[in-house]
Design a protein around this ligand. Structure first.
Ligand SMILES: [Zn+2]
Ligand SMILES: [Zn+2]
Length: 286
């Protein structure tokens, strides 16, 4: 009944026990994981598709994204953009991302981040895919939020494709602006961090039918696992935290946010839900 809407399953932290890690997630009630495909940038842009394609039998439980993270924006070439557009046609790919602006780490120059973000919005529009947005401002600043939401309002909202603000860390005001642009808001384990009152405020206020939950594995393990490796089996903990804030049980948060992901990305229903609708294009891949 839970969907982890954002996990980096290909990362080396999972090399030793990837299958067991996924089995633990399914055991914990996680029905679907969105594998984020930004990898380590050019050279690994198909990493999430490869993981999704490892499933040979049964209902697909892993879906993929493609995109270049703002950290690696400085590495992006025209050849990479061409590769991304080709990969985006793979039936396992449900979104373009994660893309956006990161002015906290500034691993790429800001003007390069902006240019690569704009370029990928253009490509995602052509591919008719929603976007997964990563946005992190400088410390004690709203700079990246103002720019990112401005770009989305001017360059993206009219596409009607929408997207998700992943690992939301902003203020309710910014969540509201994104909701007005048709975006979903995804909350991660940092909702439990002591200093994150602004995230808890937003997690209480954003309408439940506009929320996703995610782990951002292997990063951002929630309390009490903080500081250790995160994994999709912990996403029910995010549901529990949001449920506590809203006075509802974790299962209700899980079921509603799982429905939100399926509706938003037009995924086939989970195998344990209603009678399965045949989805030939999402079937077994080679
Ligand atoms: Zn991110
Ligand atoms: Zn991520």
């Amino acid at each position: 009944m839970f969907v982890d809407s954002h996990a980096h399953l290909e990362m080396p932290q999972f090399d030793a026990d990837r299958d067991a890690m996924l089995a633990r997630a399914y055991e914990a009630g996680v029905e679907t994981v969105v594998a984020i495909g930004s990898g380590t940038g050019p050279g690994s842009l198909d990493c999430a598709i490869q993981l999704a394609n490892r499933e040979k039998t049964g209902e697909p439980r892993i879906f993929a994204t493609v995109g270049i993270h703002p950290h690696e924006a400085k590495l992006a070439t025209d050849a990479d953009f061409g590769e991304l557009s080709a990969l985006a046609r793979n039936p396992k790919v449900i979104a373009w991302g994660e893309i956006g602006l990161d002015y906290f780490y500034d691993h790429s120059p800001r003007e390069v981040q902006r240019a690569v973000f704009l370029k990928q919005l253009e490509l995602a529009h052509a591919a008719k895919l929603p976007v997964v947005i990563h946005c992190r401002p400088s410390a004690d600043s709203q700079n990246a939020w103002d720019e990112c939401l401005g770009i989305l309002a001017q360059q993206w909202a009219s596409s009607g494709l929408g997207g998700v603000l992943h690992c939301f860390t902003g203020l309710m005001e910014q969540a509201r602006r994104a909701l007005d642009l048709g975006f979903m808001i995804s909350f991660a384990g940092n909702v439990t961090f002591p200093k994150a009152q602004n995230i808890r405020d937003a997690a209480r206020e954003v309408p439940l039918d506009r929320i996703f939950i995610e782990t951002d594995s292997p990063f951002l393990a929630p309390v009490p696992h903080r500081g250790k490796r995160n994994e999709p089996a912990f996403v029910p903990g995010v549901a529990r935290s949001i449920g506590e804030l809203r006075g509802i049980v974790a299962e209700e948060v899980g079921i509603q946010t799982a429905q939100n992901v399926r509706r938003f990305f037009r995924l086939p229903p989970a195998s344990n839900a209603e009678p399965p609708i045949p989805a030939p294009s999402r079937g077994v891949a080679g």
